[in-house]
Design a protein around this ligand. Structure first.
Ligand code: TRP
Length: 326
């Protein structure tokens, strides 16, 4: 029996951080044997919030290298840029006819973005962000989409568009389900917002151990615990949340020693930095491998784009046939 297909994507913002890993990438790596996985570099989606495209290509390659370093297998899973498969734009145009403006205006993820980035006048393409995303998913007839919680409203719109198309023209598309990660996104080093490049509160997958150490030294902890000996509350401590992810075996002991005061924040952070560094070591090694073999990376991308193109073209044929525009 053939495997079910899933489609996932990220906007290329350059090197990835551990929040990307925990929130999405780790899930992708775990799912790639069970599902036929397509991985999309959403380079057109970048334009919805930033018209300057000068870094988009380099950022796409950096992100691809991180995907490979984290363990995505290019033989199993095609990786490709949205901008290189023309069918994305074509299907987006058709899908734009199948959803109303008021429905798109109700999308909480776009609303949040507009608020966070202080956007006064939303461009047409930004409002249409989930329409392009629907085309990304449905071109490959993905039945599952491994994403974080914040993407669920977009997937709901994808489902509505699929239904609307199928009702209007005949059955072509599945209604995809989100496949959520069980670990929600990590908070950034400042402890007040999710980890994100624009907030400068990240630890990169590619950071060397001394960088990780100095970044963690500045991380916030329980503000009531000022010096070693003071009892702390791990439940509200950012560093503890990193231990929970990257140092599971020591979590019970750290919990006890933080509460009793036996473990001070400085030692706790050093412990966390060294575990995290160990965890990332194989990725750093793999990243160095690909970094020095750019040709191999470009071949992987080229191969992924060829494979994606085949599937996308076949779907568009079907779409045109159903619409009697073949
Ligand atoms: N909107 C997703 C994000 O921010 C990126 C994305 C684009 C995507 N196309 C997709 C995710 C298709 C899943 C499926 O991060």
């Amino acid at each position: 029996m053939s495997k079910k297909r899933i489609l996932s994507g990220m906007r290329p913002s350059g090197k990835l951080h551990i929040g990307h890993y925990v929130g999405a990438l780790e899930n992708w790596v775990n799912l790639q044997n069970e599902y036929e996985s397509f991985h999309l570099i959403a380079d057109y989606h970048v334009l919805t919030t930033d018209l300057n495209t000068s870094d988009v290509y380099d950022n796409s390659i950096e992100m691809l290298i991180d995907w490979l370093a984290a363990g995505l297998n290019p033989q199993l899973s095609p990786m490709f840029r949205q901008s290189q498969i023309k069918e994305h734009t074509e299907l987006t145009l058709i899908f734009g006819m199948l959803i109303t403006v008021s429905r798109l205006e109700r999308n909480p993820t776009v609303k949040e973005q507009v608020r966070d980035l202080n956007i006064d006048n939303v461009i047409f393409g930004h409002l249409g962000y989930p329409v392009l995303q629907a085309a990304d998913i449905l071109l490959y007839k993905g039945v599952g989409v491994p994403v974080g919680e914040d993407q669920v409203p977009h997937i709901e719109i994808t489902r509505e568009i699929a239904r609307r198309f199928n009702n209007q023209y005949g059955e072509v598309f599945p209604e995809p389900e989100p496949l959520l990660t069980n670990f929600s996104r990590l908070m950034g080093l400042d402890g007040s917002a999710k980890m994100s490049k624009s907030l400068n509160n990240t630890i990169l997958l590619s950071d060397e151990s001394d960088i990780i150490k100095s970044k963690l030294k500045k991380a916030v902890t329980d503000p009531q615990k000022i010096r070693k000996g003071d009892p702390g509350n791990p439940q509200i401590c950012l560093v503890f949340s990193y231990h929970k992810k990257f140092n599971t075996s020591e979590v019970p002991q750290i919990d006890i020693d933080c509460r009793s005061g036996a473990l001070g924040c400085v030692d706790c952070k050093l412990k966390c930095a060294s575990r995290l560094s160990e965890f990332l070591e194989p990725m750093r090694e793999k990243r160095n491998y690909y970094q020095s073999r750019k040709n191999e990376v470009l071949e992987i991308l080229d191969d992924g784009e060829k494979r994606a193109k085949k599937v996308a073209a076949a779907t568009m044929m079907e779409v045109h046939e159903k619409m009697k525009m073949g």
